[in-house]
Ligand binder design. Structure first.
Ligand SMILES: [Zn+2]
Length: 91
């Protein structure tokens, strides 16, 4: 699919987030007194800030038209179908 027909989760950003998370984990496992660890952590932290990925968006799909909208939305932004609040789905 070369053209995105709907707004949905961005797979590239999701992959970047996953990579950032795994590097962060690896950095935290480095001995904190090793030479260069602090510099590496600081540089990586700066990189993460510049990427500005933000949190993984909480999205869900409209059961009526399959449009991706914010998880907390009470109506679909595309077809205006009323959506059940997430809390009553989970409980
Ligand atoms: Zn919809």
């Amino acid at each position: 699919m070369s053209k995105r027909l709907f707004f949905g989760p961005d797979p590239e950003r999701s992959r970047l987030r996953a990579t950032v998370t795994s590097i962060e984990k690896a950095l935290h496992e480095l001995p904190s007194d090793a030479a260069g660890t602090k510099d590496l952590q600081d540089s990586f932290s700066s990189l993460v800030t510049q990427l500005a990925l933000g949190p993984e968006p909480e999205l869900r799909q409209c059961p009526n038209c399959s449009y991706f909208g914010m998880r907390a939305a009470s109506v679909c932004g595309h077809c205006w179908t009323k959506l059940v609040p997430p809390a009553s789905i989970e409980n």
